[in-house]
Write a protein that binds this ligand. Structure first.
Ligand SMILES: C[S@@+](CC[C@H](N)C(=O)[O-])C[C@H]1O[C@@H](n2cnc3c(N)ncnc32)[C@H](O)[C@@H]1O
Length: 459
């Protein structure tokens, strides 16, 4: 294989970087293929027999080959997420800090699209915890919402705000993850085109933007709350130097995360404040480039403004017909957006009101559907959620070929005597809804989520 054309000054800029090995780094970029890894959804179990586990994440697996995920119905059912292995280190961090909290926690994933780390956090958190996944760029919000919808947790909210908007909720979050936009050198092996974007000037720009984002979101973190910071850049300007700045300006303290020596992760400490950081190099770990660190806030965050809106009063009679569709129906708060019914865990009702007041919410909890007289017109979110009471619905199990037709929104070749709404499943995992009629089915798979590619020749 040819030597990769790294951008001018790139290799030299890393010469003083802890753990950087010039020769091995070049070699791994010219002679190796990035591993294919997936992270399974612990609530929608599937097994990948024989697959080797990612050392720092129990739910992460290396696959021996790269299958066509687009044509795997289980991928669309939210049974797993295709994610680069190093990124899964955030799972190790959150599981390490979580026991330090006695109560349930509120977590913000500030730079969340497309949702890799949000789905990871959703799995690591309990239902009593709340996850707010935010994305500043409007066009990137739908993919984030769709990925969280497929993952199925009811305790998640998606927002579309600038980091500075979160200053309106001082001290609201116990943990904030800033997976910052960066110069992207850690992705050079996977995406060689990213090399064209790299320059020293861009590293500098990214460094400034990272500090601005962190300063903007800082007030939203509670005193003694944790900040997890990550980038997919190797440059110290975007990593250790940012940690030093956080310690200097905001008085953050470092948190050392235990790592097993055999994992190949390089532990570093920033120059001035000795803040711990964790570096992933593709020549040392089975994964791409990543930097991650965890810090603890020691300053008072001030209080949330006391004014609170109230949810519109709902007549309990209206809610009654919906309860049977939800597992543990009494644990949820029911509310309406236009004609649609939604639920969030009752414990998050107040948090939801606060967020509604100050932020631009794009998705919250689980959308159940609309009532048309006595009949529920079920929403796609309900089908893929972890709270659906499947026993209340007719279920139609599909073959792989039928499932792919269904996911393409094509006609599904199906003989049935039943009439009405049916949950369409593949290997017993819900994919969405269809309405069964005497001679045909109406396919209600969402148009914007359908498979557009032509199907392969199925065995
Ligand atoms: C590294 S990506 C996030 C990847 C995501 N965390 C995941 O695991 O799938 C960085 C994200 O930051 C967003 N972003 C870009 N500029 C931003 C800004 N000024 N403030 C906050 N987020 C920004 C990008 O749109 C992008 O979605």
């Amino acid at each position: 294989m040819e030597q990769p054309q790294f951008p001018p000054h790139f290799l030299e800029s890393l010469d003083q970087t802890p753990g950087f090995d010039h020769t091995d780094f070049i070699q791994v970029h010219q002679s190796s293929i990035p591993p294919t890894t997936i992270r399974i959804n612990p609530n929608k179990k599937v097994s990948f027999s024989g697959a080797q586990q990612v050392p720092w994440c129990n739910e992460g697996f290396y696959l021996n080959e790269r299958p066509s995920f687009t044509f795997d119905p289980l991928f669309h059912a939210g049974c797993y997420y295709v994610q680069e292995a190093s990124s899964m280190f955030i799972d190790h961090i959150i599981k390490y800090i979580k026991p330090n909290f006695d109560d349930s926690i509120k977590v913000l994933d500030l730079c969340a699209a497309p949702g890799g780390k949000s789905t990871l956090l959703a799995s690591a958190l309990a239902e009593g915890d709340l996850l707010v996944a935010n994305e500043i760029i409007k066009t990137r919000v739908p993919v984030l919402s769709d990925n969280l919808l497929k993952w199925g947790n009811a305790n998640t909210v998606v927002t579309n705000n600038d980091a500075k908007d979160f200053a309106r909720v001082p001290g609201f979050f116990d943990v904030i993850l800033v997976d910052a936009p960066c110069s992207g050198s850690g992705m050079f092996r996977k995406d060689p085109d990213a090399m064209n974007e790299w320059s020293e000037a861009n590293v500098n720009l990214c460094h400034q933007r990272q500090e601005r984002i962190l300063a903007d979101v800082y007030p939203a973190l509670k005193e003694d709350g944790y900040l997890i910071y990550s980038t997919c850049s190797y440059s110290m300007e975007e990593n250790e130097q940012v940690l030093d700045w956080l310690c200097e300006i905001f008085g953050f303290e470092t948190v050392q995360i235990p790592v097993d020596k055999t994992w190949g992760i390089v532990e570093t400490q920033s120059e001035q404040h000795k803040a711990w950081g964790y570096r992933f190099y593709p020549d040392k770990v089975q994964g791409e480039g990543l930097f991650a660190a965890c810090l603890i806030k020691r300053e008072d965050s001030g209080n949330l403004p006391s004014y609170k809106r109230k949810f519109e009063k709902i007549n309990t009679k209206e809610i009654e017909p919906l309860r049977k569709y939800i597992i543990n129906a009494n644990d949820y708060h029911y509310f309406k957006v236009n004609d649609d019914w939604l639920v969030i865990p009752e414990v998050h009702k107040d948090s939801m009101l606060t967020l509604q007041q100050y932020l631009y919410i794009k998705k919250s909890g689980v959308r159940i559907g609309k009532m048309a007289g006595k009949e529920l017109i079920p929403d796609h979110e309900l089908a893929l959620s972890l709270i659906i009471n499947q026993q209340e619905f007719l279920t139609t199990e599909l073959s792989r070929e039928q499932a792919i037709s269904y996911l393409r929104r094509d006609n599904v070749d199906l003989q049935t005597n039943y009439k009405g709404w049916s949950l369409m499943t593949y290997e017993h995992h819900p994919l969405g809804w269809a309405k069964l009629l005497p001679n045909r089915i109406n396919n209600y798979y969402p148009k914007e989520m359908r498979i557009l590619a032509a199907p392969p020749n199925l065995p």
